[in-house]
Write a protein that binds this ligand. Structure first.
Ligand code: SAH
Length: 499
C-alpha cells in the first residue's frame, strides 16, 4: 500500500512553498495538482513522476471531486507515493477533508502538510496586516462563493458585530453583493476595503477603496479571479506598508535564456527584485564523449603548466572527465589555473581549486593578454573549452608563440523546435527584457523563434561586449552590463528600468 500526502503549495510565490512540502514533491511517484499551483513548483516534480492535472476552472470542472478522490485511492493502492498538491493551504476551502475521507475508509496512510494560505499571505503582500492592536483583534476567513441561484448564505449582522478584519475568498463575482450586505447590516460606507488579484505573484494588482466605493473601483480596474477581498480598518495601512509593489523591478517581465542548470542565481535575484521571470532556456551543454584528445591530454597532464577554463560549464566537465579517468583535482596540483571571469572562478572554488589568474575584464582578449604575459618560455597551456569557442583566444596565443593545446570538451546544443508561444509573447509586447549571458544564448534564442520574428520589441540585456555584438547583429536593441557579472547585469537593468 502506498501513501498520500496532501501538500499546500502556498498562494503563488514559489518561495512560499514549505520546506516539508518541497521534499514531499521531490520524493513523489505521482503528483495530482490544481490550477492554482504555479509553474516553478510544478518544475520540482521529478522527471519520472506521473503528473495528473485535475485543475478546476470557474464554472467548469474537468475532473469532478469524486474522481479526484478515486485517483488518489487508486494510485495509493498501486503502492505509489502520491502527492496531492493544492493551492494555498490544503484544507482552507480546498476540499482536503473530502479527499481524506475515502482514504481513511480504505485504510490508506496519509500525511497533511499545511500550506501558506492566500487568506493571510495575499493581504501581507499588499501591505495589510490582518490584525493590528489599534484596529482589529480578530480575523475571519469567509467564502464568498455563491450558491446555485446566486445567493449568498452569510450572516452579515454577525460579521459586522465582530468588528474583526474580514477576508473573503472566491468572492470576485459576489463582491458587490457582499459589500452591500455589510452596509445593510450597519457597516459604515467609509470602512476601508481592498481587493487583491494574483497576490504574491509579479502580476499582483490591488485596489484599495471603501466598502461604499470598492465595487465600482474594482470594476474599473478590471479585477478578476483569483482575488481576495479584505474588509476592515487595517486596509487603510496598505499604502504605508506597501512593500511588494515597490520592489525595484516590480512590473518588469524578463525572459531568462541561460541553460536550466545555470539559471538559478539570475532567476532568483530577478524575482527577489520583483520581476516577473519567464524561464526560457535556449542552450544546453553536452559533454563531448568519447573524446580521445582529452583522454590523451589528461594522460599527459604532467607536461602542461597552465590550465585554462573559459566557462563554469568547462569546470563541471573537467570534474566529470577527471572522474572518468580515475583522477581528481590532485592531478592538477602542479598547474596554474587561468579562468575567464568570476563565474568560472567561483565554480572552480566549489571544487576546492583557486584560480591563479582572472583578467580584469572578463573576455577572451584580456585572458589571452594575461596568459601571454604570464606563461614562461617552455611552458605549455591546456585549454578545455567549448567545441566552438571564441576564436580570439587561440589566435592571440598563437601570434605570441605561446604553446598550447585547445581541446574541445563540450558542445552547445540549441533549444529544439520553434516556439510559437514565445513569438506570441514578443508580438504582444509582453516581454520587456531578455537576458543574454553569452553569444551562444543569443544564437539559441534567435534559433528558437519562427523565422522573421520581430526582435525590436524588447531590450536585450547583455553580459558583455561579445554578447552585445551578437545581439546587435541579430537586430536587437541592447543594454550591456558594465562588468561581466550577474550583479552588474542586474544593476544595469534596474538603472534602465527606472529611466
Ligand atoms: N486553499 C486555498 C484557497 C482555495 S479557494 C488557500 O488556502 O489559499 C480559491 C480562492 O483563493 C480564490 O478564489 C481566491 O480568492 C484565493 N486565492 C488563491 N490564490 C490567490 C492569489 N494568488 N491571489 C489572490 N487570491 C488567491
Amino acid at each position: 500500500m502506498g501513501h498520500v500526502t496532501l501538500v499546500g503549495a502556498g498562494p503563488g510565490d514559489p518561495g512560499l512553498l514549505t520546506v516539508k512540502g518541497r521534499q514531499a514533491i521531490l520524493d513523489a511517484d505521482v503528483v495530482v495538482y490544481d490550477r492554482l499551483v504555479g509553474p516553478e513548483i510544478l518544475a520540482l516534480m521529478p522527471p519520472k513522476a506521473e503528473c495528473i492535472d485535475v485543475g478546476k476552472r470557474s464554472c467548469h470542472h474537468p475532473v469532478p471531486q469524486w474522481r479526484i478522490n478515486e485517483i488518489l485511492l487508486e494510485k495509493a493502492k498501486e503502492g505509489k507515493r502520491v502527492v496531492r498538491l493544492k493551492g494555498g493551504d490544503c484544507f482552507l476551502f480546498g476540499r482536503g477533508g473530502e479527499e481524506l475521507e475515502l482514504l481513511a475508509e480504505n485504510g490508506v496512510d496519509f500525511t497533511v502538510i499545511p500550506g501558506v494560505t492566500s487568506a493571510l499571505a495575499v493581504p501581507a503582500y499588499a501591505g495589510i496586516p490582518v490584525t493590528h492592536r489599534a484596529f482589529a483583534s480578530s480575523v475571519h476567513i469567509i467564502t464568498g462563493h455563491a450558491k446555485a441561484g446566486g445567493e449568498l448564505d452569510l450572516d452579515f449582522d454577525a460579521l459586522v458585530r465582530h468588528k474583526g478584519t474580514l477576508v473573503f475568498l472566491m468572492g470576485v463575482s459576489s463582491a458587490p453583493m457582499i459589500l452591500a450586505g455589510l452596509q445593510q447590516a450597519g457597516m459604515s460606507a467609509d470602512m476601508p476595503a481592498a481587493m487583491v488579484e494574483r497576490g504574491t505573484l509579479p502580476g499582483q494588482c490591488k485596489v484599495v477603496a471603501t466598502v461604499g466605493t470598492l465595487a465600482q473601483a474594482m470594476q474599473e480596474a478590471g479585477i478578476s479571479s483569483p482575488a481576495v477581498l479584505i474588509v476592515g480598518a487595517v486596509c487603510a495601512l496598505s499604502d504605508a506598508f506597501d512593500w511588494y509593489d515597490k520592489l525595484p523591478l516590480h512590473g518588469a517581465t524578463v525572459a531568462v535564456t541561460r541553460p536550466r542548470q545555470r539559471a538559478g542565481t539570475l532567476t532568483h535575484r530577478l524575482r527577489e527584485l520583483g520581476a516577473d521571470v519567464i524561464s526560457y532556456p535556449c542552450i544546453e551543454t553536452e559533454t563531448i564523449w568519447p573524446n580521445m584528445p582529452v583522454v590523451e591530454a589528461l594522460a599527459a597532464i604532467e607536461q602542461y603548466h597552465w590550465l585554462v577554463l573559459t566557462s563554469p560549464a568547462g569546470v563541471e566537465v573537467l570534474v566529470q572527465l577527471l572522474r572518468a579517468a580515475d583522477m581528481d583535482m590532485r592531478s592538477l596540483a602542479h598547474m596554474k589555473v587561468a579562468v575567464i571571469g568570476a563565474g568560472t572562478a567561483k565554480k572552480l572554488e566549489e571544487h576546492g581549486l583557486r584560480a591563479d589568474y582572472i583578467p580584469a575584464v572578463y573576455d577572451s582578449a584580456h585572458l589571452a593578454e594575461g596568459l601571454i604575459r604570464l606563461v614562461q618560455e617552455g611552458e605549455r597551456v591546456l585549454m578545455l573549452r567549448a567545441e566552438i569557442g571564441a576564436p580570439e583566444l587561440p589566435e592571440l596565443l598563437a601570434q605570441a608563440c605561446v604553446s598550447f593545446d585547445d581541446v574541445p570538451v563540450y558542445r552547445t546544443l540549441y533549444r529544439s523546435g520553434r516556439s510559437e508561444e514565445m513569438a506570441q509573447l514578443l508580438a504582444d509586447g509582453a516581454i520587456d527584457y531578455v537576458t543574454f549571458t553569452s553569444a551562444s544564448t543569443v544564437h539559441g534564442f534567435v534559433n528558437s523563434l519562427p523565422e522573421g520574428t520581430e526582435l525590436t520589441g524588447f531590450l536585450a540585456l547583455c553580459i558583455g561586449p561579445s554578447t552585445e555584438k551578437a545581439a546587435k547583429a541579430a537586430g536587437m536593441r541592447t543594454i550591456t552590463a558594465a562588468h561581466a557579472t550577474i550583479e552588474a547585469m542586474l544593476t544595469t537593468l534596474q538603472e534602465e528600468y527606472h529611466r
